[in-house]
Design a protein. Structure first.
Ligand code: ADP
Ligand code: ASP
Ligand code: MG
Length: 416
């Protein structure tokens, strides 16, 4: 069971989340718990690092930002003990959760679960800090923002759990972010592949890496609400989705009613850079994107035009707004390729429509373009994959576009 920041925001919320744990314990389950930091804590810790020095040492950043989880793990263990449940807290290094040494974006490599297995066998609830681990140099690492989801899936795989339940402030995965599209509907089930696309294209309800890991390790993943009444859960145990309200992330063949479109997502603050009249010959794209890679800048969308005369072409790509200045510098101060002009601007948004049904249904992309044109929204860039179509638009229209597409694909919940 993993609890996110809002589910641990204060003592009352921690106690409420603990009642969900007690419910599972009372049903005879062995429970390992993964906790995030209390809501807002990690943001504050990140801010302090930036205030201390904008170019801070990544190892010390991890030493600071990992601390929020230690507080909530300890508090959760105390609250559980207070309820008469045997519980113990663990930091990443105590398990240990071994990771790579890329500070701030470490990847879990290995979890030693012997001690945990023994304790779970003795019906002790183990409360483990999410988000953090330990590198081969013995330093504390963190897994990137939202990383507790990944800690939970990795831990579930390590203890061979029957399921990994992600408790958060929504009662499942919705067809769009319910904060943006109030008529979004909860999905009973979603395939790993669609969830992976949704997470990487902006649905932050699960960290992308956690879905990847669940898919690779065959972990049954559910998203459900910690805000719900724990006692009410018992009434709905009917065998589907483990009998508990929420969304089950599972293999595509476990989903009977397949939708053509399962969700609409949004990523804001994308910057667009266009390099005009670069030589149309082998090696130019490699030089441009090599320069960006050397600066560790992650590029998102890439579009290259066909040139009219076979001699020159234009290349456009996007990076997060926060990387715009660095990306501009990397491609401008570069003599490994020739070009005429470089232009760019911050403030775009990427809207994506996702669904496995796109594999077999024509016209999903064209109806996306039609729906946007009806709202007078101009499309700047388009990219597609087998199960998604993404467009870049002006940020100002982002929410409007999500709602318009949600309605257009018939995803709106009936009004009560
Ligand atoms: P936690 O602190 O529990 O990890 P997060 O804030 O990381 O929670 O993720 C939950 C939030 O994800 C929700 O409050 C919701 O606004 C947002 N969200 C974005 N897209 C979706 C979606 N498609 N379905 C559900 N929630 C979504
Ligand atoms: N506390 C960390 C963060 O805010 C990890 C998490 O919440 O999953 O990013
Ligand atoms: Mg989260």
């Amino acid at each position: 069971m993993k609890f996110g920041g809002t589910s641990l925001a204060d003592m009352e919320r921690i106690r409420h989340s603990a009642r969900h744990i007690r419910r599972e314990v009372d049903e005879g389950n062995q429970v390992a718990v993964v906790v995030s930091a209390m809501a807002g804590t990690t943001n504050q810790l990140v801010k302090w690092c930036q205030e201390a020095s904008p170019l801070h040492d990544a190892r010390e950043y991890d030493a600071v930002v990992s601390t929020g989880e230690q507080v909530s793990a300890g508090l959760m263990a105390i609250v559980l003990q207070d309820m008469g449940i045997t519980a113990r807290s663990f930091c990443g290094w105590q398990i240990p959760i071994r990771t790579s040494d890329i500070h701030g974006a470490a990847r879990i490599q290995d979890i030693r679960a012997d001690d945990l297995d023994e304790r779970l066998g003795d019906n002790q609830v183990c409360v483990v800090t999410g988000f953090q681990g330990i590198s081969s140099q013995g330093r504390i690492t963190t897994l990137g923002r939202g990383g507790s989801d990944t800690s939970a899936v990795a831990l579930a795989a390590a203890v061979k759990a029957d399921r990994c339940d992600i408790y958060t402030d929504v009662d499942g995965v919705y067809t769009a972010d319910p904060r943006i599209a109030p008529r979004a509907q909860r999905l009973e089930r979603i395939s790993f592949e669609e969830m992976l696309e949704m997470a990487s294209l902006g649905a932050k309800v699960l960290q992308t890496r956690s879905v990847e890991l669940a898919m690779a390790q065959g972990v049954r993943l559910a998203v459900r609400s910690s805000f719900a009444d724990p006692d009410a859960f018992q009434d709905v145990r009917d065998g589907t989705n483990f009998g508990v309200p929420g969304t089950l992330v599972c293999d595509e063949d476990e989903i009977v009613e397949k939708q053509i479109v399962s969700g609409v997502t949004l990523v804001k603050s994308e910057a667009k850079i266009t390099i005009r009249s670069v030589k149309d010959r082998p090696g130019v794209a490699a030089a441009i994107f090599g320069a960006l890679a050397d600066e560790q800048i992650v590029v998102d969308m890439i579009v290259q035009n066909i040139s009219d005369d076979g001699r020159q072409t234009d290349i456009t790509f996007t990076v997060p707004d926060s990387e715009y200045d660095r990306a501009m510098a990397a491609v401008s101060n570069n003599d490994s390729f020739e070009y005429e002009t470089i232009t760019g601007a911050k403030g775009s948004a990427k809207i994506s429509v996702i669904g496995v049904g796109m594999r077999s249904h024509a016209g999903v992309a064209s109806s996306m373009f039609k729906a946007l044109s009806e709202k007078g929204i101009n499309i700047q860039l388009i990219t597609t994959s087998e199960i998604k179509t993404s467009v870049l638009i002006e940020e100002e229209y982002a929410e409007l576009a999500v709602r318009a597409l949600h309605t257009y694909y018939g995803l709106d919940r009936e009004e009560e």
